[in-house]
Design a protein around this ligand. Structure first.
Ligand code: FMN
Length: 196
């Protein structure tokens, strides 16, 4: 069956390390026959969650009609999701965090309406993945903030976080210069998506 993969590129630079990874990954997945949607955070206009409680009163709806409307739809239809983001102050980037905060609407579907936002509930068939990049050489807890944030998002989407690639030290070399071991990681990731 044709798998639908949603990839979100979270860097504030569209053509940096994360952008490079996303282009390679999307090409690989498409060649393997997956349906791939790519969202570049810089191309989306997303308002901040204002905690207005509209979604508490209205199942599956947000008070704003902006680019999140499409993002919600893509998340709902995806079999797998891969988030690629640098760490900014030990978490995902602020633009990506704005998108994630807007997923409070998805949380409210369960919490206030007792009806999950996604219809495909079999998490055995679903797959959430995170790829994090850091400029500094590896240090303790460098990627912990990002992982906690993204893991919670995926939990709301009934899409368990099944893995996390962490690339540190990118202030010193571009990810492209690590192509060999990066390719091995990508092979593993593509196989995981296809096996689900
Ligand atoms: C605002 C900001 C905050 C950052 N904070 C961290 C950090 O806490 N830890 C770290 O290792 N790198 C940090 N970096 C470095 C980026 O993670 C690194 O440059 C990364 O490779 C950028 O990815 P990109 O090329 O995809 O944009 C920060 C960069 C910026 C711009």
């Amino acid at each position: 069956m044709n798998k639908k993969v949603l990839i979100i590129m979270g860097s504030h630079k569209s053509n940096g390390n994360s952008g490079w990874i996303v282009k390679k990954l999307a090409r690989r997945m498409s060649l393997e026959g997956c349906g791939v949607d790519v969202l570049d955070i810089n191309k989306l206009k997303i308002n901040h969650c204002i905690d207005c409680d509209y979604c508490r009163q209205n199942y599956g709806k947000c008070v704003y009609e902006d680019d999140m409307t499409l993002v919600y739809q893509m998340m709902r239809n995806a079999d797998s999701m891969i988030i690629v983001s640098p760490v900014y102050f030990n978490n995902v980037t602020s633009k990506l965090k704005v998108l994630i905060d807007r997923c409070q609407m998805i949380f409210m579907c369960d919490f206030a309406h007792q009806k999950p936002f996604v219809s495909k509930l079999n998490s055995e068939e679903k797959f959430g993945f995170l790829i994090s990049l850091g400029g500094a050489n590896a240090y303790e807890n460098q990627f912990v903030g990002s992982e906690l944030t993204v893991e919670l998002l995926y939990r709301n989407l009934r899409m368990p976080l099944t893995g996390h690639f962490k690339y540190a030290g990118l202030d010193h070399e571009h990810i492209e210069d690590r192509a060999t071991f990066f390719d091995e990681d990508m092979d593993g990731l593509v196989r995981k998506v296809l096996m689900r």
